[in-house]
Design a protein around this ligand. Structure first.
Ligand code: SF4
Length: 82
């Protein structure tokens, strides 16, 4: 399992690179924060440069839920738990 993890703005963000299908929605929503690597798989750039709300929207934009976000209390914010 290939996981990329960062903690930014009090958010723990994990990209499950095995789930990523490389559509790039995250990078389109937050190009400072995410990019597609040479294998067309999402990885982090400088997510700390993206304001918190847009970062959350970018993570939530993933059509296959390859990005998961928890807040400082460990509550899952993305994908939203219904
Ligand atoms: S939006 Fe999801 S599937 Fe698309 S590149 Fe980003 S992590 Fe991968």
């Amino acid at each position: 399992m290939s996981l990329d993890e960062r903690t930014v703005h009090g958010l723990r963000i994990v990209i499950d690179r095995d789930q990523c299908v490389g559509f790039g929605d995250c990078a389109t929503a937050a190009p400072e924060g995410f990019k597609l690597d040479a294998d067309t798989i999402a990885t982090f750039l400088e997510p700390e440069r993206v304001e918190r709300e847009r970062l959350l929207r970018a993570c939530d934009a993933c059509p296959v839920d390859a990005i998961t976000v928890w807040d400082a209390e460990g509550r899952q914010l993305v994908p939203p738990l219904t």
